[in-house]
Ligand binder design. Structure first.
Ligand code: MG
Length: 402
């Protein structure tokens, strides 16, 4: 999407989920670096936040979650402001020709259609929405290959993997084309680290009594509620395992997870000769966001620095039997795309029910297990197929919860 006369490094951003954790941290870069401008912003519920951003970025088109939100934005910013709404509005915003970079910062399945739309337009897509990739699998990667889009993960672990990989491998991942097996033969294994969430180091947890606040109190990262619960169950790591296997085009048996409570080593690449390269940095999401914005260069604004001399001792452990979410993700990958959609859908329904105090914390993973058992083997060929499989999985999960 870069026009030939555009100076290197200039990026016109559409930020989907602009008032959320990823959106807010992306805007930190925009405000500190004149190379970045904003042409589109969306917010689902935080209309006050969207209005404030609309004032700060007067040229940006806006999208609100629903028509009532649009009315409020219009009252505040005037009738002439371009304001879209709903799922269609998100897709239009993602496709608009005045942006070359789309930050896919919407959490969960509601972000799928707009992410896919941005990829189909051949833009650079900063992928925070791992669920979109888990649901659409190779469809999203094929779309990137066809359109020439650049798909750059801003999940910290996957950003770290990109940075550890040899440059030709990283480039081929970003373009969705890892068909040149030659350069990959030197890669033996990808390692993702997991902080373990708030309960890893506690042996006395009464899983049925875990409160929403406890589950959302992540020890390392400050994030939204859904992903915080996913980190507490380690479903987040299950989703990330699928994400890594797809993005880097390696079988899940070549992707492994280490619990690393200090959260300073984000990922490692193990090579055929036994050498391992790790990526370290402060637990600051602005680092992977800055990397994706500036790729193949480096962002220039200082963010939080990691001082290894004053860092705690680094420790690594294997996931133990208390956490089944990662092995369930492997099962889902073995079964096929439908099961991956079911894994994600059952989790979304269960986490939502937990956040509304309708189910206990210890029912989330069994709900996913049931969803996997009921998923048809097989795969999807279109976004319509995805939505059909998703609807089925949602109704199974609702049944199970009821
Ligand atoms: Mg992550």
């Amino acid at each position: 999407m870069k026009s030939p006369d555009q100076p290197t490094g200039l990026r016109r951003l559409c930020i989907l989920g602009a008032t959320g954790s990823i959106g807010t941290q992306t805007l930190d870069w925009v405000r500190s670096d004149a190379r970045y401008s904003v042409s589109g912003l969306s917010a689902h519920q935080d209309i006050d936040g969207l209005i404030a951003l609309g004032r700060e970025f007067p040229d940006a088109a806006l999208a609100a979650g629903d028509a009532a939100g649009v009315e409020r934005v219009r009252d505040a910013l005037g009738a002439r402001r371009r304001i879209l709404h709903g799922a269609q509005g998100l897709t239009e915003l993602a496709e608009a020709s005045d942006s070359d970079t789309v930050v896919a910062g919407i959490v969960g399945s509601p972000g799928l259609a707009s992410t896919l739309a941005a990829v189909r337009c051949g833009k650079r897509v900063l992928l925070a929405n791992k669920e979109a990739l888990v649901m659409s699998g190779v469809l999203l990667l094929e779309a990137a290959r066809e359109s020439g889009a650049e798909l750059i993960p801003i999940d910290s672990e996957h950003s770290a993997l990109l940075q550890c990989l040899p440059a030709p491998c990283a480039r081929s991942c970003i373009r969705g084309d890892t068909s040149d097996a030659g350069q990959w033969s030197q890669i033996a294994r990808l390692w993702l680290t997991a902080s373990g969430g708030p309960f890893w180091s506690r042996q006395d947890v009464d899983w049925a009594q875990v409160s929403v606040n406890e589950a959302c109190a992540h020890p390392v990262w400050s994030m939204g509620r859904k992903i915080s619960v996913d980190s507490a169950t380690l479903v987040n790591k299950g989703l990330e395992l699928i994400e890594a296997s797809l993005l880097f085009s390696v079988p899940h048996s070549q992707v492994d997870v280490l619990v690393h409570p200090q959260g300073l080593v984000h990922a490692l690449v193990e090579f055929a000769d036994g050498s391992q390269i790790a990526s370290l940095g402060a637990a600051d999401m602005r680092i992977p966001i800055g990397y994706a914005l500036a790729w193949p260069g480096r962002a220039e604004r200082p963010v939080q620095r990691l001082d290894l001399a004053s860092a705690p001792d680094l420790s690594f452990e294997r996931i133990d039997a208390r956490f089944a979410a990662v092995s369930l993700a492997r099962e889902a990958m073995n079964s096929g795309q439908n099961a991956m959609i079911a894994y994600n859908a059952a989790n979304e329904i269960a986490v939502d029910a937990f956040l509304q105090s309708k189910i206990k914390f210890d029912r989330i993973v069994p709900c996913i297990e049931d969803g996997l058992r009921r998923a048809d083997p097989g795969t999807v060929r279109s976004i319509e197929d995805i939505s059909q499989v998703q609807q089925q999985a949602i109704s199974y999960a609702r049944e199970w919860i009821a």
